[in-house]
Design a protein around this ligand. Sequence first.
Ligand SMILES: [Zn+2]
Length: 361
Amino acid sequence: MLWVRIGSLNGLMQKRPIGCWGGWLGGEAPSARSIGRVAAGMNVDDLRALLHRHYERRRRNKSLHPVIGTIRPLIFDGHESTSSYLRCCKGCLQRRVTIAEKERTQYYHRYVMAMLLHRDGSLLLDIEPQRPGEGESTAAIRLLERLVARYPRAFDTVVGDNLYLNPDFCRLAAEHGKHFLAVLKDERCGLLVDARGLFECESSVRFESGKKLHQCWDIEGFTTWEQFEYPVRVVRSIETSAVRRRLADEETETVSEWIWATDMPKTAAGTEAIVRIGHARWRIENNGFNELVNEWNADHVYKHEPIAMLVFLLLLLLAYNVFHAFLSLNLKPQLRERHTARHFAKLVAAEFYIPSGDHFT
Ligand SMILES: [Zn+2]
């Protein structure tokens, strides 16, 4: 169902698999109700063990190269999967929303996902639900604790947006010998004020990446962040790129500013490496959540029950990893360059509908 991107259990019931898919099942597909019931009773650790087994195979066959030098970043981000005013379960988070001057309770689910970046793509390692009454950082800390235990050598740096500049999250990473890299956006910890003061008098370096010009400041040794007992390094990048406006047929310049805080020393990652890893964080939005939602129906609630919802998401992570491993490791590069990932997803789906022996070549 996930590989064929059917998107609902009832949809699966209406499109009974034929051909080799039917053969693999070894009989009639169970009903939508049975699949939902079984999912709600499954052990999520078994599915997490399968994700780990996939990672181990990729590690052993040496298909997970570091992104830059020896750096292996693990990106964290949160995602709200679904919301409703009518249906709720014991795992639902709640908030008050005002619509047409009337306050109502909205129920929703949020998850924190961890994505391992490697030179040729990304691997979705695990996902953790945010529980009622807790924030994203608490769920992220629980996820990081599980990942340092299960994947002790898979990553060396945890990366996140401004929310991950959380002293408890960064300290946990440091205690396990991992670095952190997070967007520095607000003045909550005094770091930004201090850093801005120094940017004025420190010299900058310039480099180009693609069509973008970076002017960067890179200063180590900040001790202003009182809740975090290790020295922090701040990197600022002013990025200028030319954008062609189609209607006016003229080129205009856009300028953006990015600032990151990290405890990675300059000897481990130069300024350019920090900027590249900092921007690589977007991959969890573009290749992670956006692809899972738009191409894999990740926001569909197959069964509104907290364990079943987590089970379908973990299965989805596994399906995503296997599909992308197939694209990058099994397909000939010429074929991969000629078509999009969606094209291959459609070929996989087509196999579901045609009888055995009539496969596409
Ligand atoms: Zn719910």
